[in-house]
Design a binder for this molecule. Structure first.
Ligand SMILES: NC(=O)c1ccc[n+]([C@@H]2O[C@H](COP(=O)([O-])OP(=O)(O)OC[C@H]3O[C@@H](n4cnc5c(N)ncnc54)[C@H](O)[C@@H]3O)[C@@H](O)[C@H]2O)c1
Ligand SMILES: [Zn+2]
Length: 344
């Protein structure tokens, strides 16, 4: 069968690989229907992802159908539609034993550290499947992106009456915004891109937006919006070290700051800023298993609308030509979904 391999940055090729045979007792074999493209895939393509290794079959945002189950697998059956939790952890590791397999010492993410879903069939541990039979495959492929935001918001647990500032309105920031909105807190969004800010007002329930210009007016704008207190929680989803350092300035006394964006640069800030306000600073990596069924239920219940999210649909056959488009901001993609079931 035919799979798509990223041989090295900017070089895809079709390869022929063997079909998986029969699953091990704890494994499943799935047919891949839809695969979302995200910043991690684009970073891998451009050679800008520090953790990415080559050659690699990309694809970690997956809507799949179960085609075979191992003898120990009871929670899914052949024919089920599922979302995949692509974080393959070692259940015996220290982090996993503490219920945090999302940041396991030996974590291997499908499509990043090990081969992912841009192939018709593959085998994976059955515990990584989350069924959602009433959803479309493209909705199931979107669940992983939403899970990143879900976890980031859970890291700071906003409540009604809190002011939450999300910096960065790319797909990761947007996914956090869905859960800020659902928490009942007030959502404030900051970005440098006005179109992205307008999108958050229209679709994400942003109560206020602030355009980042870097001239220092942002802090005054946030003070005005929050009655002088600043934000109870700040979630930085820019991946920009300068923004991440500055994000502490936007937090209220007693506030919390969550870094969901990733940078390989050093983030530096003056310690008095953190000390004076007694801030809590947290990282947010990947998502927890329970986030997946929760998100599937929220989509089923109509509490998260996936329509504004999916802006582009791409047939698998055309992906080598189309993929570079998604690295360009001018394409205007929020989420592009590859249809892997359409193969010639
Ligand atoms: N925590 C995780 O597990 C996880 C998972 C996937 C991706 N990420 C990371 O999340 C980050 C965001 O991903 P994305 O796909 O949404 O990226 P993106 O580039 O599409 O979005 C980033 C947004 O931040 C805005 N921005 C950049 N610099 C800014 C600044 N100084 N002030 C205000 N806004 C600014 C940009 O205009 C853009 O809208 C990346 O760093 C990515 O690596 C984290
Ligand atoms: Zn992703």
């Amino acid at each position: 069968m035919r799979a798509l391999q990223l041989v090295e940055p900017k070089q895809f090729r079709w390869i022929d690989i063997a079909e998986p045979s029969s699953p091990g007792p704890d494994d499943v074999i799935v047919r891949v229907h839809r695969v979302g493209i995200c910043g991690t895939d684009l970073g891998g393509y451009l050679g800008k992802m520090p953790f990415y290794s080559y050659p690699r079959i990309p694809g970690h945002e997956l809507g799949v159908e179960v085609v075979a189950v191992g003898s120990e697998i009871n929670h899914v059956k052949v024919g089920d539609r599922c979302s995949v939790e692509p974080y393959i952890n070692n259940p015996a590791s220290h982090a996993s034993q503490r219920g945090r397999g999302n940041c396991c010492e030996e974590l291997k993410v499908l499509g990043v550290h090990i081969d992912g879903g841009l192939r018709p069939l593959f085998q994976l541990p059955g515990r990584k499947l989350h069924p959602g039979n009433s959803l479309a495959y493209e909705q199931l492929a979107l669940v992983e992106t939403l899970a990143i935001g879900c976890h980031a918001v859970d890291r700071c647990s906003p409540k009604p009456g809190d002011d939450v500032l999300v910096i960065g309105a790319g797909p990761i920031g947007l996914s956090a915004m869905e859960f800020v909105r659902l928490s009942g807190a007030r959502l404030i969004v900051m970005d440098i891109n006005e179109q992205r800010l307008a999108f958050t007002k229209q679709f994400m329930g942003a109560g206020a937006t602030i355009k980042f210009t870097g001239d220092g007016s942002e802090l005054a704008a946030l003070k005005e919006i929050t009655g002088g207190n600043l934000a109870h929680m700040v979630i930085d989803a820019t991946g920009n070290a300068g923004s991440m350092a500055k994000s502490l300035e936007y937090a209220a006394h007693t506030g919390q700051v969550v870094y969901v964006g990733i940078t390989s640069d050093t983030v530096a800030f003056g310690h008095p800023l953190m000390h004076r306000k007694e801030l809590t600073l947290k990282a947010s990596r990947n998502a927890l298993p329970a986030d997946f069924p929760r998100i599937i239920s929220l989509i089923e219940a109509g509490k998260i609308d996936t329509k504004p999210w999916i802006t582009h649909r791409v047939p698998f056959d055309t992906i080598i030509e189309r993929f570079p488009d998604f690295t360009l901001a001018s394409t205007g993609a929020i989420k592009a979904i590859i249809d892997v079931s359409q193969q010639n």
